[in-house]
Design a protein around this ligand. Structure first.
Ligand code: ATP
Ligand code: MG
Length: 420
């Protein structure tokens, strides 16, 4: 038997309403904040991610689904959404669009070759936004507030928002030096990745999952102390305006994005809920002032976040929040013989074209089984069609909730149901 690829999942018909509910809500909220959807291809040139995500990251080093196509191009299933959006921004010269800044969102499957565990898949769906073309603490606040709005709109309460500033490029070179001085003497106590990171990307050590409890991580120099006046001021304005709109946060001085083109604001949302499991990060985001130029684009800056729907669902589960089941069908037509099911199949055809949802029993079961089926399908109304009904055209329209019924003519079914 052929099985589903490791780390992927089927969203079964009994569960897909949850995804649809979440997706609809996300489209709605994006509209609220005036972000428009952008759809980029499922695969891109491998080089886009190598340059745009960074050769020293886990994503590029270990996690990409890369393949050669028949034309011998190296392509990669997208592991994240920012680089593709920025590629598209540059290619479509969006800096010249009449609408400025560019505020876009995406909702699409991402692919990473990762060890399967709870909340970690090899294909997962990310919802993310990017605001490109403006550098202002207030848009950083908008992005963060939208993120918190999303989680709160689903009723989640046990959330923690962590923020930090990693300053601008100038503040960072001094900081990187301090980190190297701090870790270098004891670097052999760290994992092999960190031993590479000390040379390629020392900030990334602070983000290491293996070494997170090492004493030197706790005593590491703080980025904050290395921020120049401008960067400090930017950070203070972000915090003051989060305060002003009542968004709670905690500053986490070890929260970093390890690449050169990330600047200023970095943030993460974690779930505090009991029973969430080992992975508690729901979302990550930050400002990337150098990314566009890194990809040969214009001198524009951006900020964004990405969350996965899989982890959002886990958080909902951990807080016992249920997504409302959708209403069932409007009408179920039970039939008593071959003639009536044939007629019923014509009736449902007409009703459906008029926007009424209805169904019949193609398995031609006994009436009792059909009633049960109607119930399972959540039918609001049922009628029973037999020889009598076919000859008179009159049927008993039964409301399944109250059990009440009334005699109606088949021809008035549509207007009646439309009214209801
Ligand atoms: P992690 O530390 O959990 O590996 P990350 O730093 O790789 O996360 P990002 O690249 O910032 O994650 O992606 C943003 C969000 O996408 C994460 O906060 C998480 O909600 C989600 N995410 C990342 N990887 C996966 C995955 N393999 N399966 C499901 N969701 C994921
Ligand atoms: Mg990861």
């Amino acid at each position: 038997m052929i099985q589903i690829p490791r780390g992927t999942q089927d969203i079964l018909p009994k569960d897909s309403y949850k995804w649809q509910f979440i997706e609809e809500r996300l489209h709605e909220i994006a509209k609220n904040y005036n972000y428009k959807e952008i759809r980029t291809p499922t695969f891109e040139s491998t080089e886009l991610f190598v340059r745009g995500v960074g050769g020293s990251t886990d994503i590029v080093n270990k996690e990409m689904y890369t393949f050669q196509d028949k034309g011998d191009r190296s392509l990669t299933l997208k592991p994240e959404g920012t680089a593709p959006v920025v590629r598209s921004y540059i290619e479509n010269k969006m800096q010249h669009d009449v609408v400025q800044p560019t505020k876009v969102y995406y909702m699409a499957p991402m692919f990473r070759y990762e060890r399967k565990q709870k909340g970690r898949y090899r294909q997962f769906v990310q919802f993310g936004i990017e605001a490109i073309g403006v550098e202002d603490p207030l848009i950083d606040v908008e992005v963060i507030s939208m993120l918190m709005h999303i989680y709160k709109s689903f009723g989640l309460k046990d959330l923690k928002l962590y923020i930090n500033s990693i300053g601008d490029q100038n503040s960072r070179s001094a900081y990187n030096e301090a980190l190297v001085n701090h870790f270098k003497p004891s670097i052999d106590e760290f994992c092999s990745d960190c031993q590479t990171r000390i040379d390629t990307n020392p900030m990334r050590i602070l983000d290491c999952k293996k070494d997170r409890d090492h004493e030197l991580i706790k005593t590491a120099p703080r980025m904050y102390d290395y921020l120049n006046d401008e960067s400090k001021q930017y950070f203070e304005e972000v915090k003051a305006n989060l305060d002003a709109i009542g968004i709670g946060y905690e500053v986490d001085y070890n929260l970093v994005r390890g690449l050169d083109y990330y600047t200023h604001t970095a943030f993460e949302v974690m779930s505090d809920a009991e029973g969430f499991g080992a992975i508690t990060t729901l979302c990550g985001g930050g400002r990337y002032n150098g990314l566009l130029e890194m990809l040969d684009g214009p001198h524009e800056t951006g900020i964004g976040f990405a969350l996965s729907i899989e982890r959002l669902l886990l958080a909902l589960e951990a807080e016992n929040i249920e997504i409302p089941e959708p209403a069932g069908i409007d009408l179920y037509i039970c039939t008593l013989d071959d003639k009536s099911i044939e007629r019923a199949s014509h009736i449902v055809h007409t009703l459906r074209t008029k926007g009424i949802s209805c169904d019949i029993d193609y398995k031609r079961r006994k009436l009792k089984a059909q009633m049960k089926d109607a119930d399972r399908k959540g039918a609001a109304y049922t009628i029973v069609l037999g020889e009598n009904e076919l000859s008179t055209g009159n049927v008993e329209l039964k409301h399944m909730g109250t059990g009440e019924s009334k005699t109606v003519h088949l021809d008035e079914l549509d207007t009646l149901l439309e009214e209801k």
